[in-house]
Write a protein that binds this ligand. Structure first.
Ligand code: ATP
Ligand code: BTN
Length: 329
């Protein structure tokens, strides 16, 4: 059994503050069995990570917004009864380097459907290797292992399928305006709400696997928004100020992902083409397409039955594969 104890003091402090009450340094120190100096250090470490902890003179520390830590029982309770009884493997960690890296390392020993969630990642990464920023316990950062039989070629469209499952679930949970920017961004109001990282391994032509990593902003403080380097959004604003329950959200996302991935493994992207139309933020818009060393303007025309982007460049109809291009409206 692996144990991850790094930063557990921070977890304990956060857990104690989670309900939103004000707690003095002395009370926290007494309850947690550590010195006041240790409590202060942990508060500082959490703040440095972006957790907004207020200090109130004379009364103590308080979280700007109450939160609930991830809890395996609550998360399992949010799955459907059938899925809860047969979901192969779910782990909740306080801290990992990256949930996707952890799943990659342990892939040989884990069954398809295994999920690893972490409240804090020290090296969360995006598609092109840049950092994924997420203050502890204020978003969802998790990865899912899924095995496929027919090689990499059958997996074109996989990141779109994941995006569709994610976006439909977020809409159903109150984020009504969530949309998808091809190939892998989940947006609210034109700003990035979630990112998807799909990494493939195994046999190029046969049995293979995908490690599907997702980062979703639930409540993203202002300082972190500035660091992100692009326009970002969180679920609280997407849900008009309501703070969604992260355990329920994680459970609902896993249910939707399992349903979508099973369908995708059986029938490919085709059944998702119409669902994508409902969520497509680019359709009918002028884009700048960056392909290899070339850039050109084109009109977005949806996706084809494999999930590739269809565009019109002058009189030419082009189909762009997700592996080759990035698109900026
Ligand atoms: P892009 O969104 O530019 O297409 P990408 O998918 O190619 O990014 P990377 O460039 O490797 O992936 O890294 C992820 C990007 O996501 C970072 O450059 C950063 O701008 C952005 N980012 C990081 N953290 C967050 C966050 N919590 N919410 C939204 N965006 C974030
Ligand atoms: C992107 O926008 O490029 C993808 C971002 C994916 C971030 C998630 S957070 C959980 C998982 N672990 C990682 O290191 N990355 C993904």
């Amino acid at each position: 059994m692996r144990r991850y104890t790094v930063g557990m003091g921070e977890r304990d402090v956060l857990m104690r503050l989670a309900a939103g009450e004000t707690c003095s340094g002395a009370l926290l120190a007494r309850e947690l069995g550590v010195s006041r100096a240790a409590v202060w250090k942990q508060i500082q470490a959490l703040r440095a990570d972006g957790v907004p902890i207020e200090a109130h003179a004379g009364s103590g520390y308080r979280l700007a917004h109450p939160l609930k830590l991830l809890d395996l029982a609550a998360l399992r309770g949010a799955l459907t009864p059938t899925l809860a009884s047969r979901w192969p493997h779910i782990e909740v960690h306080w801290q990992l380097d990256s949930t996707s890296s952890e799943l990659q390392r342990r892939e040989p020993e884990l069954p398809s459907g295994s999920v690893i969630l972490a409240e804090r990642q020290t090296a969360g990464r995006g598609r092109r290797g840049r950092k994924w920023l997420a203050p502890p316990a204020m978003g969802l950062t998790f990865s899912l292992l899924w095995r496929f039989e027919k090689g990499f070629a059958a997996l074109a469209g996989l990141s779109l399928v994941v995006g569709i499952a994610l976006a439909e679930t977020l809409r159903a949970m109150g984020a009504h305006a969530v949309a998808l920017k091809w190939p892998n961004d989940v947006q609210h109001d034109g700003r990035k709400l979630a990112g998807i990282l799909v990494e493939l391994g195994g046999d190029f032509l046969g049995p293979c696997f995908a490690v599907i990593g997702m980062g979703l902003n639930v409540w993203l403080p202002q300082e972190v928004r500035i660091q992100a380097g692009q326009a970002v959004a969180d679920m609280v604003e997407a849900c008009d100020g309501t703070v969604p329950d992260r355990n329920r959200l994680a459970g609902a996302l896993l249910v939707a992902l399992a349903e979508a991935l099973e369908l995708f493994a059986r029938e490919g992207f085709a059944p998702f083409q119409a669902r994508y139309v409902e969520l497509d933020v680019l359709a009918g818009r002028e884009l700048t397409v960056h392909k290899d060393s070339e850039s050109f303007r084109a009109l977005a025309c949806g996706v084809d039955s494999r999930g590739a982007l269809r565009v019109r460049r002058g009189m030419d109809a082009l189909v762009l594969d997700s592996a080759e291009v990035s698109v900026r409206p």
